[in-house]
Ligand binder design. Structure first.
Ligand code: HEC
Length: 147
């Protein structure tokens, strides 16, 4: 009887230990998580300084003047385009979730590639299913393909 309870106890401890290791489930190492948090937090600060005037703190935009980022299929579809819009701005009519917007968005020539990477990490972390980190190298690559 004692042996049996002991065996059950050991199995239980092994189970606890194994579930610890995979507990987070998202496959990021601790160092990667810390880096992601840094990018995300810096991205939030940049968003509040450079974007939220128009797109609002909660990303819902402003009536027909400024499109939403939260819930925007246009935004979710193409991170490359988002990176280009941040750096170079945007003019001309676009449709966001079926609604037409046609106001110029100013360029951001003063934001570094790192800052754009942080901003993009924040935006997609907040308002899409993705929680991947965008690196400055990826931003450089995406910027090469702007139209
Ligand atoms: C002066 C107001 C203004 C500021 C500041 C601004 N935007 Fe925009 N943004 C706009 C407008 C207006 C459009 C639509 C442009 C058009 O009609 O062609 C737009 C479009 C977009 C889009 C694509 C459409 C969508 O909503 O999915 C994204 C993404 C975006 N902005 C992100 C940003 C980010 C990130 C920042 C901060 C770096 C920023 N914007 C700063 C006004 C602004």
């Amino acid at each position: 009887m004692v042996f049996r309870s002991l065996a059950i106890l050991i199995l239980f401890i092994l189970f606890l230990l194994s579930s610890c290791g995979t507990g987070s489930g998202d496959g990021k190492t601790y160092a990667e998580k810390v880096k992601y948090r840094q990018y995300f937090n810096n991205g939030r600060r940049l968003y509040l300084n450079h974007c939220s005037n128009c797109h609002q703190k909660d990303g819902t935009g402003l009536v027909r003047l400024y499109p939403p980022i939260k819930g925007s299929v246009y935004f979710q579809k193409d991170p490359g385009r988002t990176v280009c819009i941040i750096r170079y701005g945007q003019v001309g009519e676009i449709f966001v979730n079926g609604i037409s917007f046609n106001q110029p968005m100013p360029a951001n020539p003063d934001l570094s590639n790192l800052e754009i990477a942080e901003l993009t990490t924040y935006l997609y972390g907040m308002w899409s299913e993705s929680d991947s980190l965008f690196t400055p190298d990826q931003v450089i690559e995406l910027l090469e393909n702007c139209q």
